[in-house]
Design a protein around this ligand. Structure first.
Ligand code: HEC
Ligand code: HEC
Length: 364
């Protein structure tokens, strides 16, 4: 357990004190016992809270990220041994250049090339969410990784077997000790370390953010500005706040996909028929990089997404969101070609190249 987490300033003072004590000891030839060097505990890291974001939801007080916990979490995230073959790491499906989605895959595949039935979600700004996956099956970030590790179509492993493998790899006991004080490797520590890595992944430095926070940089073009205005009136009721998700589950009238009969959306979790084909409203951050789109990756481009919103919406067997009904009762959002172009230009201002290239989160 982490008993005391020194901050940077304390640590500097402590380092100086240690140096002074060491110096005095060398003069007075202290016994070996007195001379034991102080090993500082892990240093706390701060999760960025951008001024334009909603509040952090992750309970940081129960699992405060530290430098050592973060490094362990990162190593685990890129660790093939979390899967049965030793090859499929979290990073295999969650690639940084694509905002941690599975580049070019409609449905991601894992062990033995087996496919699931959903498109990989980005990993970004998860500290601001309290339910995870497309249908909200994971109600805490610390629990989420159990799903991919144990799913046959993802990593096809068991938690005890992963822990045993980690115990037998030379570097891990030491890394767990650095992060948690002793060499013990258990599931709670493994999951907490993964969360410490993931909650630090904040994407809030796109052109959009800089314009909103009135920071230095390029202003919006008139096309982007028009796009923002249209977005606010036609999309932001669901893709709300600067996370671009109100975190609710909604049916957006996407046609039923007969290829994946197991897909029921939120109904899989709640059991309610009224939740059929409802999905957690996805954040649109870095959307330019996270194609293909929707829960099953059916649309390859943003143009296709907007054509769906204007002309492709259908009754899909569930309760399509009331907001998507026009005055005459038909489904869809009014959008002409120019409006679509402007919205896409705006959506591209959400690309955060600092995040996509941030070395802290990179495998190498
Ligand atoms: C085989 C590909 C694959 C692997 C391997 C994989 N994931 Fe995922 N990940 C997905 C898919 C697909 C989803 C969407 C799941 C769903 O909705 O049911 C997802 C969703 C998530 C989410 C939810 C994001 C959100 O916005 O709610 C998190 C967090 C996550 N994965 C973390 C991990 C971690 C940590 C690992 C490693 C232990 C991992 N994933 C391994 C494909 C993968
Ligand atoms: C009634 C709520 C609602 C409104 C209004 C809405 N969306 Fe969505 N949007 C959703 C939901 C729910 C999904 C996920 C559906 C799925 O995966 O099947 C989604 C998915 C998307 C995606 C794919 C995201 C991804 O990660 O794959 C994009 C892009 C998108 N919406 C853009 C827009 C734009 C642009 C508008 C306005 C023209 C808009 N949305 C209006 C609820 C809404």
């Amino acid at each position: 357990m982490i008993k005391y987490i020194p901050n940077q300033a304390n640590l500097m003072v402590m380092k100086k004190t240690i140096l002074i004590i060491a110096f005095i000891c060398s003069l007075w030839s202290c016994s070996d016992d007195d001379n034991e060097a102080y090993i500082p505990g892990p240093m706390a890291l701060e999760v960025e809270q951008p001024s334009n974001f909603p509040e952090i939801k992750y309970a940081l007080e129960a699992n405060t990220p530290t430098d050592a916990g973060f490094e362990l979490g990162k190593k685990l995230f890129y660790e093939g041994n979390l899967s049965s073959s030793g090859i499929i790491s979290c990073g295999f499906c969650h690639e940084q250049a694509s905002a941690f989605t599975h580049h070019g895959h409609t449905i991601s595949h894992g062990e033995n090339g087996l496919e699931g039935f959903r498109n990989t979600q980005p990993i970004q700004n998860l500290a601001f969410f309290d339910e995870f996956t497309w249908d909200g099956a994971a109600i805490h970030l610390d629990l989420q990784p159990i799903i991919p590790i144990t799913a046959e179509v993802e990593m096809n492993e068991t938690i005890p077997s992963v822990l045993e493998k980690l115990e037998n790899l030379p570097e891990y006991p030491q890394l767990f000790e650095k992060a948690f004080g002793t060499t013990e490797i258990n599931s709670e520590r493994m999951l907490k370390a993964l969360s410490q890595f993931m909650v630090m992944m904040v994407s809030a430095n796109s052109k959009y953010d800089k314009v909103m926070r009135q920071e230095e940089g390029e202003p919006f073009t008139s096309l982007e500005q028009t796009g923002l205005t249209l977005f606010k009136s036609k999309c932001a009721s669901c893709h709300a706040t600067d996370l671009f998700s109100d975190q609710s589950y909604r049916n957006n009238g996407i046609p039923y996909n007969p290829k994946h009969i197991e897909e029921k959306g939120r109904q899989r979790v709640s059991g309610y028929e009224s939740d059929f084909y409802k999905f957690r409203v996805p954040s649109l951050r870095n959307i330019e990089m996270t194609f293909p789109y929707m829960h099953d990756g059916r649309f390859g481009t943003l143009e296709a997404v907007l054509n769906f919103y204007s002309d492709g919406m259908v009754e899909n067997g569930g309760e399509v969101d009331e907001q998507l009904k026009k005055a005459d009762g038909s489904l869809g959002i009014h959008l002409n070609t120019n409006e679509k172009e402007a919205i896409i230009a705006f959506l591209k201002t959400l690309t955060d190249n600092e995040f996509l290239n941030d070395k802290r989160f990179a495998e190498f």
